[in-house]
Design a protein around this ligand. Sequence first.
Ligand SMILES: Nc1nc2c(ncn2[C@@H]2O[C@H](COP(=O)(O)OP(=O)(O)OP(=O)(O)O)[C@@H](O)[C@H]2O)c(=O)[nH]1
Ligand SMILES: [Mg+2]
Length: 240
Amino acid sequence: MCEECGCENANNSQPVKREIIIEENVLAKNDNIAAGIRDELAARKALMINMLSSPGSGKTTLLEKSLPKIMNEYSLAVIEGDVQTRYDAERLRKLNIPVSQLNTGGACHLDAQSVKNMLANKPFDSSDIIIIENVGNLVCPSAFDLGEDAKVVSISVTEGDDKPEKYPAAFASASLMLITKTDLLPYVQFDVERCKEGAWQIHPGLPVITLSSVTGEGVDEWIKWLLHALDHKKGHTHTH
Ligand SMILES: Nc1nc2c(ncn2[C@@H]2O[C@H](COP(=O)(O)OP(=O)(O)OP(=O)(O)O)[C@@H](O)[C@H]2O)c(=O)[nH]1
Ligand SMILES: [Mg+2]
């Protein structure tokens, strides 16, 4: 018995091996389902974004702030992933943004099957842009492909500028990093350049947007990135 967490695996190599094989099977099955989702979304040229971060980095607040700016022009839908509660879905519904809540009931990430089930329903079956707010966790969600076009990882300035180096998987797999809550920079020890450098060590050239949902700094840039990704999905040529 492991003294730290009470698990059964300590000092016994057999169960650990079995656990790794099971984990590989789970991931392979998840990847297959995700590949199916990706094919389906490619066929109807819908964009799906998977937002990752540790709890409380400001994902829902950013969606509240940014999506109303484009909701009349584009057909949007949000999947809110949380261990428990419908709080985030209720917040977005107040703004008339179509949203469904997925509660994992304990799991630290969303998986492709639960997203696939959701995508069969309205309004997801006809949306231009589907945003998944994954469970707040900087580790597990990065291992589970959901069939998205891009992962967007957020880190708020209250979390410390060393986090990309400490939790590299999320930054390695992301297509965009958001450094959030920049309005709090005067009050915390956070070196934006160090944070970027740390992320670039893991993922050279990773695009970065610094933003604040309080001041609005960077929010338009985030929307521009999103619409550019949609353009790309629809196969339009770019002029910017
Ligand atoms: N100062 C400041 N606070 C912010 C900003 N964005 C979000 N917050 C606050 O940070 C807290 C968490 O914000 P949420 O948007 O709920 O964060 P989240 O990433 O959706 O959280 P989970 O879904 O629980 O992982 C709330 O108290 C927000 O008001 C920001 O730009 N500046
Ligand atoms: Mg949230």
